[in-house]
Design a protein around this ligand. Sequence first.
Ligand SMILES: Cc1cc2nc3c(=O)[nH]c(=O)nc-3n(C[C@H](O)[C@H](O)[C@H](O)COP(=O)(O)OP(=O)(O)OC[C@H]3O[C@@H](n4cnc5c(N)ncnc54)[C@H](O)[C@@H]3O)c2cc1C
Ligand SMILES: NC(=O)c1ccc[n+]([C@@H]2O[C@H](COP(=O)([O-])OP(=O)(O)OC[C@H]3O[C@@H](n4cnc5c(N)ncnc54)[C@H](OP(=O)(O)O)[C@@H]3O)[C@@H](O)[C@H]2O)c1
Length: 356
Amino acid sequence: MCMNKISNYTKKEKGLNGGTSEYLVHPKEMNNHLLHTHTSANVPIKLKTFVELTMDVASAPPRRYFFEVMSYFATAPHEKEKLQYFASPEGRDDLYQYNQKERRSVLEVLEDFPSVQMPFEWLVQLVPLLKTRAFSISSSPIAHSNQVHLTVSVVSWMTPFKRKRSGLCSTWLAKLDPEQSIYIPAWFQKGALSPPPPSLPLILIGPGTGCAPFRGFVEERAIQNESSATAPVLFFFGCRNEDGDFLYRDFWLSHSQNGGVLSEAKGGGLFVAFSRDQPQKVYVQHKVRENSRKIWNLLTEGAAIYIAGSSTKMPSDVLLAFEDIVSKEGGLPRESAVRLLRTLEKAGRYHVEAWS
Ligand SMILES: Cc1cc2nc3c(=O)[nH]c(=O)nc-3n(C[C@H](O)[C@H](O)[C@H](O)COP(=O)(O)OP(=O)(O)OC[C@H]3O[C@@H](n4cnc5c(N)ncnc54)[C@H](O)[C@@H]3O)c2cc1C
Ligand SMILES: NC(=O)c1ccc[n+]([C@@H]2O[C@H](COP(=O)([O-])OP(=O)(O)OC[C@H]3O[C@@H](n4cnc5c(N)ncnc54)[C@H](OP(=O)(O)O)[C@@H]3O)[C@@H](O)[C@H]2O)c1
């Protein structure tokens, strides 16, 4: 959402400051769904709610201009000097180390410069906008009507100065109490992986949280399989350790046995790569190559390939593995294999949804 200047807000006095005052908000663009609900109905919004819904004060690092504006409002000379340095071309590298590399939030930056009292009119324009986060739906509506399951990995990492950082939304979700009902603002958006019909053979590649959409696919196919024959499914999963993050382990294993949709008896298969259980990395693309013939046979039967996951490099590495397979099993020169896979993509038989 992009805001207009403060003059575009009409303050309706209803109380003191501290978040209880109410405002009428007129956003310039309508890409914040919840705010849209408030503003389109011309309903005044509490300042606290407005901040919670739109301003990322606790995660995203502010931009360089934020430091320049802070320098105007700093009253302590040493803070003013430091902020002016950060905002200058000479201070650019140090600012990058302090701000981006250490991923300091607006709140942390303001705490580091306590003499700065930035008026809300400035904050509202300079604080990074709170972004929405996308999650793949990992349940089938036939298996769980009126429910949507998500598979979320809590993002965390260490900065160069060994400060622990955590992803804003995934950490917040993980802290929710499952026993308590809570209102979470959420919207549905059509993704890149449309649900396949039961007659379509599938080759699914979903390491880590990339398995999320395929849990829904497999659930759905298992139910469809109860009433009529369904096409085979090969599923390739990858994670760090067999004992650590083998997500939905029992679910996949149960569908790979006793005539389940991933069982060999049904022409399917479950293949798992544990990347950190041995000195050499083993990834999904290694398992894909190991099953070259099986994959080729299914492709010649009209199978569609679906790839999902959080690693930015994974989709291109997996594509290389498919090019190898088409080239080797189909007896084609490399360029023809590349062309064939592009044709599959254009025909809606090669889908990728990746995030980082
Ligand atoms: C189409 C789509 C589907 C998705 N499906 C899922 C899903 O099913 N499950 C799921 O868990 N996620 C999924 N995601 C990712 C999800 O939207 C979020 O990006 C993820 O949960 C992190 O959000 P967060 O708010 O916790 O982290 P944020 O607060 O947004 O922090 C993440 C940011 O931190 C930084 N960062 C992260 N790790 C490091 C590091 N090691 N070093 C330096 N900087 C780092 C990066 O800038 C990164 O963008 C999907 C994304 C898309 C686009
Ligand atoms: N999975 C966890 O236990 C865990 C724990 C804490 C936080 N997180 C965070 O949550 C986020 C998402 O996690 P996730 O579980 O979806 O994914 P992930 O654990 O980061 O990755 C899933 C699997 O894909 C592998 N991989 C990495 N690069 C690859 C490539 N080029 N080709 C094929 N496979 C590749 C990983 O191996 P390697 O990583 O061994 O290279 C891992 O085995 C990440 O930010 C992660 O840091 C995950």
